[in-house]
Design a protein around this ligand. Structure first.
Ligand code: AMP
Ligand code: ZN
Length: 485
């Protein structure tokens, strides 16, 4: 497998720390609103990475967090005058922060299932041994975060003011190595109108613990700590969760490109300072989604959710296919037209795998290749820094190269669909047949055609259209294709 590492700025062969298993950590959602198509791209990118690693033969130990505390609206500055996103969501919706977190976590988990995104593999509920969902919530790791703060304070990497405990970025020589931006570079960009804690040593020092005082006196999520009641800063949870559930260093850490500047450097800094080694060997980031060529913003009304997409009649898999058609490191411009095109392509792929239900499969075969060499080519594309569009091109080539008079076994077809699903997650396998009644209409139409009853045959074709089935006549008999997924 070859992967682009943001840290070294090059594509290199991936060699895990353990020969057969890979540790993977993914920064997850802040559950104060629905995931939008940008966040969903990140989820599908992670999932493609995970599936590619597993198909290569690795056992992947995958952890993803859910941020349910500490992520401030102004996390760039860590301003103690900012607001926790969860508290903001609670005010907006007249609910408790816990209700808001539960509501959007459930929505997120439903979206993941609809998009065919595999859940994390490491159970974060280790003490409770619960069968609850496998996402690691920040609020379930408060003692571990407090332990990390203690280690950072003890080793002189953190200091306390009246309002917060901060990580002292100047103590770490290579802070900012991920973005290649030194502290001096960053300082030029510091906004001087942001009022923050006057006791802060450096503008880029970030809070690892906020005290429930001043602006945060009414903060509803709070825990006791040796230094005073409060709540953890956003960056800390990822370092603490990795340390607890996977053990650092891990092999691969992922996120969107927006994390290269602040969140990931801060995660790195915490782990390096507390434990004396790096957090992750490889950092992989997905590029952003644009909508109609513009940045997404709530104010523009273009932050579409999966529900917006399904409400318009699109299948979540059409969105997944749209993502896979682009490389994860390229910006992807979302338009409704591009989603329509992806849905049509998906229907073509489904029509291809639905061939196994058609009366006569004898004309179907895999050109000159056998299944394994085809799957090998799809895999070869994916393991080349997740070239998903090249992998799909192989699939399209195969699905459109069916020629009359060739043989192909139904079992092979099932195996092929299953293998492709393992790699691409597009739900090509286990598709149901049409109903007996629909098969009968097709048979009746054939009978009508046999006696040259063209009007009757057309009527039956229209009847099939009402069932969402499109019919075409081939030298080998009629073929149906679904017009909806
Ligand atoms: P958040 O809930 O804002 O922390 O975002 C969850 C994930 O989605 C993070 O990995 C972000 O980097 C990623 N992300 C946020 N916005 C976009 C976008 N417009 N395009 C692609 N990924 C995004
Ligand atoms: Zn993170």
């Amino acid at each position: 497998m070859r992967l682009y590492n943001t840290l070294t700025r090059e594509v290199a062969d991936f060699v895990p720390l353990q020969p057969e298993s890979v540790t993977l950590y993914t920064c997850g959602p802040t559950v104060y609103s629905f995931y939008h198509i940008g966040n969903l791209r990140n989820a599908v990118f992670n999932d493609t990475l995970r599936r590619s690693l597993e198909s290569t033969g690795y056992t992947v130990r995958h952890v993803m967090n859910i941020t349910d505390v500490g992520h401030l609206v102004a996390d760039e500055d860590d301003s103690v005058l900012s607001e926790d996103k969860l508290e903001k969501g609670a005010k907006r919706e007249g609910k408790s922060v816990w209700e808001v977190a539960a509501h959007y976590s459930e929505a997120f988990i439903r979206d993941m299932a609809a998009l065919g995104v595999l859940p994390p593999t490491v159970n974060p509920h280790r003490a409770k041994n619960s069968a609850a969902d496998p996402y690691a919530r920040a609020t379930d790791f408060i003692p571990e975060q407090i332990e990390m703060i203690a280690a950072l304070l003890e080793q002189g990497y953190a200091y306390q003011t009246k309002q917060a405990i901060y990580f002292d970025v100047e103590k770490l020589a290579d802070y900012g190595k991920l973005s290649g931006q030194t502290l001096a570079d960053k300082e030029v960009g510091v906004r001087d109108n942001v009022v923050t804690d006057a006791q802060k040593h450096h503008p880029y020092d970030f809070a690892i613990w906020f005290f429930a005082v001043g602006h945060f006196a009414d903060h509803s999520m709070r825990w006791p700590s040796p230094w005073g009641d409060g709540f953890p800063g956003w960056h800390l949870e990822c370092s603490a969760i990795v340390h607890t559930l996977l053990g650092d260093p891990i092999d691969i850490h992922t996120g969107g490109v927006d994390h290269i500047g602040t969140h990931h450097p801060n995660e790195m800094a915490q782990t390096e300072a507390a434990y004396g080694h790096e957090l992750a060997r490889i950092w992989v980031h997905n590029e952003f989604i644009l909508v109609d060529g513009a940045k997404m913003a709530k104010s523009k009304g273009n932050t579409h959710t999966l529900k917006d997409i399904t409400d318009k009649g699109y299948d979540p898999m059409a969105l997944r296919l749209l993502y896979l058609q682009a490389h994860y490191r390229s910006e992807l411009n979302f338009t409704w037209d591009s989603l329509s095109a992806a849905q049509n392509t998906l229907l073509n792929l489904y029509a291809w795998v639905d061939l196994k239900h058609q009366t006569n499969l004898s004309e179907v075969r895999l050109s000159d290749d056998d299944i394994s060499s085809f799957i090998d080519r799809v895999m070869a594309a994916l393991v080349d820094d997740l070239a998903s569009s090249a992998a799909l091109a192989e699939v399209f080539r195969l699905s459109t190269s069916l020629a009359p008079g060739m043989t192909y076994a139904i079992e092979d077809f099932d195996e092929l669909a299953r293998k492709l699903d393992n790699l691409l997650g597009l739900s090509l396998s286990n598709r149901s047949d049409i109903t007996k009644e629909q098969h009968q209409i097709i048979a009746d139409r054939e009978s009508a055609r046999a006696v040259r009853d063209w009007a009757g045959a057309d009527r039956l074709r229209s009847q099939l259209a009402k069932h969402g089935l499109e019919l075409s006549d081939t030298p080998n008999g009629p073929r149906w294709r679904r017009t909806t997924t």
